[in-house]
Design a protein around this ligand. Structure first.
Ligand code: KG4
Ligand code: ZN
Length: 337
């Protein structure tokens, strides 16, 4: 029997989770509202909020799982990638508990954990599968050949897709994080009304910075003649932007599925909630026989359950970290070539 405590603190959510023998007993997420008024995450404020939130969040995770600290067999934490100050809070706290309780420490890569969120649910994808990770910090397509066996097919060369959603929403005057709001408005609009360019990037890599510039130019040109242009056409602009952003990732995902002949598709990250992405994926389920896995939304966005489940598998493999381990904001995932 193994009970793992997982801690996630890579960005602006403080989260703690208890996993027992591969089953999630609790997953507490404390989001930081403080960043809203700045229109984006302020790293220094994030680390201070983590410091304030981490003890109550862990206490709540233990309480709602009906587990005491002395029953924990190992503690896993996010080592990176992420914001250094934020990672440091989780790392120091995890080391403190490991030392005090004399239990092993397990370091977890945040991106690998997003992929492993698919092993939380009872019905798990079978290997090999393609995992599209789409969040505020990451956009990549990975071929998952086994647990810990990842082949990176492509990733973003600049902004992540969630970032592109949030920045577009900001240009339209929507509050941060604008992705979900943009999605809501897009559902009421006409996606054919405006056209934005699809970048031609080789292989399976992505780029979202060009579209951001073209949206900015488009808005500047149109508001010059009509200051109310955005307000009058908001739903159509949102629909056209959303259509373009999702088309960029779907094109590559379909290409990868065809080239590698893999029809088991897993989607991870906060943008998995997007209605256009979901409808395009559903279309492929019917058209191309895709078998699609999207975790429950609480396991798509940043959460500690994915850190604890990864910790659980590493625990079974005796894959432990040293007490001298430090956070790494640019931690790379170990991939096979
Ligand atoms: O995975 P996540 O919670 O955090 C990161 O690891 O970044 O993803 C958050 C991102 C934000 O950029 C947010 O705007 C975006 O996911 N997002 C959405 C939707 N829901 C969340 N973007 C588009 N449509 C949505 N429905
Ligand atoms: Zn994430």
């Amino acid at each position: 029997m193994a009970i793992i405590l997982g801690i996630e603190s890579s960005c602006d959510d403080t989260s703690a989770s208890i996993v027992k023998d591969g089953n999630v007993l609790s997953n507490i997420v404390c989001s930081q509202a403080i960043h809203q008024k700045y229109g984006g995450v302020v790293p220094e404020l994030a680390s201070r909020a983590h410091e304030k939130n981490i003890i109550p969040t862990i206490s709540e995770a233990l309480k709602s799982a009906s587990v005491s600290l002395s029953e924990i067999n190992a503690i896993s934490f996010t080592q990176g990638p992420g914001l250094l100050g934020s990672l440091l809070v989780g790392n120091c706290f995890a080391k403190g508990i490991a030392m005090a309780q004399k239990i092993p420490l397990i370091s977890v890569n945040h991106i690998e954990a997003h992929i492993n969120a698919h092993f939380i649910e009872d019905v798990k994808p079978t290997f090999p599968f393609l995992c599209l990770t789409v969040s505020g910090g990451h956009t990549q397509i990975i071929c998952v050949e086994g647990f810990g066996k990842y082949k990176l097919l492509g990733e973003t060369l600049d902004d992540a897709i969630g970032e592109a959603f949030d920045k577009s929403a900001k240009l339209l005057g929507l509050p941060y994080p604008g992705g979900p709001l943009l999605d809501k408005m897009a559902q009421l609009g006409n996606f054919k009304k405006y056209e934005f360019p699809i970048p031609e990037i080789k292989n399976y890599d992505f780029s979202f910075s060009g579209i951001k510039t073209s949206i900015l130019n488009f808005l500047q040109n149109n508001t010059r003649n009509n200051p109310d242009f955005i307000a009058q056409n908001l739903n159509d602009i949102c629909a056209s932007i959303q259509y373009t952003l999702i088309k960029i990732v779907m094109r590559k995902l379909k290409k990868a599925s065809q080239e590698f002949n893999i029809k088991t598709i897993a989607i991870a990250g906060g943008v998995a909630a997007n209605s256009e992405l979901r409808s395009k994926i559903q279309f492929e389920v019917q058209l191309s026989n895709w078998e699609v896995f999207i975790p429950k939304f609480e396991y798509c966005t940043d959460n500690a359950a994915m850190i604890a489940i990864t910790g659980y598998y590493k625990f079974l493999n005796n894959d432990f970290a040293d007490l001298s381990s430090v956070p790494n904001p640019r931690l790379e995932m170990k991939v096979i070539k």
